[in-house]
Design a binder for this molecule. Sequence first.
Ligand code: HEM
Ligand code: SF4
Length: 570
Amino acid sequence: MTDEVSRNERIKEASDYLRGTLAHGLREEITGAIADDDQQLVKFHGMYLQDDRDLRPERTRKKMEKAFAFMIRVRVPGGVLSPQQWLALDQVARDYGNGTMRLTTRQTVQLHGVIKSNLKSTPKAIDTALLNSIAACGDVNRNVMCGVTPERSPAHAGALALARAISDRLTPRTPAYREIWLDGEKIAGGDDEVIEPIYGRTYLPRKFKTVVAVPPSNDVDIFANDLGFIAILDAAGVIAGWNVTVGGGMGMTHGEPETYPRAADLLGFCQTKDALAIAEAVVTVQRDWGDRKNRKHARLKYTIEDRGLDAFRAEVERRANVKFAPAQQFRFTSTGDRYGWSEGAEGRAHLTLFVQNGRLADGGGVAQLSALRRIAQVHDGDFRITPNQNLIVANVPTEKQTEIEDVAREARLLAPWSGLRRNSLACVALPTCGLALAESERYLPELIAALDGRLAAHGLSADDIIIRMTGCPNGCARPYLAEIGLVGKGPGRYNLYLGGAFDGSRLNKLYREDLDHAGIVAALDPVFAAYAAERQAGERFGAFAIRAGFIAATSNGADFHANVGPQRAA
Ligand code: HEM
Ligand code: SF4
């Protein structure tokens, strides 16, 4: 290693496979935080050190330490949880967290507000439900997502099986998690090849994200991910193989045009028997080719831009010992969830609930967390967290359908009427996220109410339009693939992006900068008016914004920053 590698590389290298001084630091009672280097390592264990930013000013005035607490993200491949697992997480949220559960855009559950003295008890409690949080954050393959569109088709079972197999194959093997959190015995020594055969001592240059999609639904937002598998079905609806995608990613930095979001490319078609070897080869090529000096240039998307897709494909083929066939035809229609009841197998049905921005709590006159606890107590199917921060109560037998629907309705978990709200996502942002420049989860509901007023005036209330907001440009709620994207710039101020595709296949582009609440409404109102007056049959809002000349189209990441701004006088 040279001196040039980033600080995180040195921390990983010296960590003895992610141990660092975590075990010791947890016992230090003098602070609610942990050592600087351990703050990087704890992410690989699925935990983030945060502080309550609402309380910062007062605590600074009183010369108190920040109000530190941890966020813990559980690993839930494909978002599938049993009712018992749901009940266990609900209990953990109330015992050790802040009494809320957050469903995430990667189909996992986040618990916020876990103070250091409860930090060890939490993974233990999670472990009793046969769950863990390893690799939910950090420079590793994160939670593997899988399309949830609840249909009868056996293709969904095949997709979930692949997602789980990839998750198992790419989960770090270090015994550190078990040692530190579950009081497992310390296992010393061993070669790199034995301890981490895929990752080695320094893991990946940056985070890595994998998804499995079943067309026509692109609910997993495949083009936002480093690695994706698209199920290709034969005439009988059986999986014939997979189109593989690589090089998608959202994060960028304001004012640094060499950073940009990028939509994934198609690498080719493979058979099911080769899929795992290909997943592993994509990861090891990125491990070896990815940039370890500059973390802002370390995602697979930049490796592919720098080396070219053909060279990348050739190296994956060589390592996996597989030749790709040309990608096969497929068609995505949308990234959204289908709310309400849908038919399942053997007389059972699935109910897709609307969870605003994924946050489940009791308060403000509704008890959504308690309602789901009641449902979990009587439910004998499973739960599926959707990539849109929603929840499916899956496989409900006929005799329980009315009861479950009644509980959900009372807790206002059935889909709202507004087409905009039904298609909204917001990242967490304030008060817990240390990177937030502006509000997101706490503000988007209010902005939608204002925009709904304008949409109603133009007769567009029921139209499905995808809106996503994040509190900073990192892009956790995938705002650059939305038809309306809003990205925090500073307190109360946002950049507005237009022109994303409804099916998730095209990035949007910067339309107006640094807008406040009134500015956002004023900027969008004329575009809504034009959409109502001029759209063609079936034309989606994002596509219309381009055709009508409001915004230029983005063809891929590298031209995301070209031709920005309004193209037609609004
Ligand atoms: C440099 C890039 C990024 C950094 C440093 C980062 C950091 C964070 C942090 C600190 C949180 C916790 C916020 C909280 O719960 O208080 C978070 C949440 C989350 N991030 Fe990121 N993030 C980045 C990019 C992304 C991207 C590109 C995606 C996905 C496309 C993503 C997916 C998520 C998800 C699913 C959550 C959970 C909360 C939610 O659903 O809104 N992150 N991120
Ligand atoms: S997008 Fe930014 S503000 Fe939102 S959760 Fe991610 S890092 Fe935090």
